[in-house]
Write a protein that binds this ligand. Structure first.
Ligand code: G
Ligand code: G
Ligand code: MN
Ligand code: NA
Length: 254
């Protein structure tokens, strides 16, 4: 497609960038950032990931694009090494199933961790339930290869997919991300409130960290706190912004 051709060129020309959205704990301390792809093209203008990620996934382009994201994430992590507030935090990267299952994926990640001398615990890979639809045993063994190098996994968009409690306990993940669709109407919709409560309880009993996504207001935040959720991400704490923005913000807040 035309978009695919434009993406291929944009990747060559270095037009993709990463933005970073903060993740905080109940004290409001920064614990991590999620890396989110952005593309500004001279001809097409700004193209959102909701538009270009599906195209990349249905072509093979998600493989080189995803590899670039991993490399860039490691480069950024290494550039944060001497920063007082950024040196210890984690960086979460979204991984598509097709990218994950490519034979070069595990070697590429481990190679980039070494090349940038990253503490692998600081790299978190966000995967969705769709990764586990087929060949769950092979998927878990690939995950374990990375976990043995220190990499962490989070289950993204939790609650929107094919959640089966019997497989959840098998997955080598350390974190559940409550999908933002449940957080949005948390205060008004008793069904969403029940779902969020259930996910928090499930996470606690499986000893997984639970992070709520899409937290936009202080009222949502205090409800989540009351419910026992201890980690949060959303516009309430910051929108996805370039690394340079956070460096300035953190400098000014000292
Ligand atoms: O940044 P935004 O909220 O607009 O992202 C929209 C969607 O695109 C989300 O589902 C997000 O997970 C996905 N996305 C953003 N960056 C990446 C990336 O680097 N890789 C993959 N696979 N998906 C991404
Ligand atoms: O699928 P994933 O969770 O990776 O996608 C994250 C998406 O959610 C990104 O596109 C990001 O820009 C968006 N996002 C992050 N925080 C908020 C928020 O508080 N409200 C809304 N509406 N979207 C958010
Ligand atoms: Mn995500
Ligand atoms: Na999500």
């Amino acid at each position: 497609s035309a978009l695919e051709t434009a993406m291929r060129r944009a990747l060559q020309d270095g037009l993709f960038t990463l933005h970073f959205q903060p993740q905080v704990d109940s004290q409001g301390c920064l614990i991590g950032m999620e890396a989110l792809l952005r593309w500004h093209d001279e001809q097409l203008g700004t193209v959102g990931p909701d538009e270009f990620i599906p195209v990349a996934e249905s072509s093979a382009l998600i493989v080189p694009l995803g590899a670039w994201v991993i490399t860039e994430a490691c480069r950024i992590l290494s550039s944060w090494r001497d920063h007082p507030q950024l040196a210890q935090i984690s960086l979460s990267v979204n991984i598509s199933p097709r990218q994950f299952h490519h034979p070069d994926f595990v070697p590429h990640v481990t190679h980039q961790l070494k090349a940038f001398a990253i503490n692998a615990h600081q790299l978190e890979l966000e995967v969705t339930e769709s990764l586990f639809i087929d060949d769950i045993d092979n998927t878990i063994s690939l995950m374990n290869e990375l976990i043995n190098s220190g990499v962490m996994f989070a289950l993204d968009d939790f609650g929107t997919g094919y959640a089966s409690l019997s497989y959840l306990k098998k997955l080598p993940i350390s974190r559940l991300k409550i999908d933002q669709s449940f957080v949005r109407d948390l205060l008004d919709d008793p069904n969403d409130e029940a779902i969020v409560r259930t996910i928090i309880a499930l996470g606690n009993s499986l000893e997984l960290q639970v992070i709520a996504e899409g937290v936009e207001t202080p009222a949502q935040l205090s409800r989540l706190q009351e419910m026992g959720c201890r980690f949060y991400q959303g516009y309430c704490f910051g929108k996805p912004m370039p690394d340079s923005h956070w460096l300035l913000m953190l400098r000014d807040s000292q």
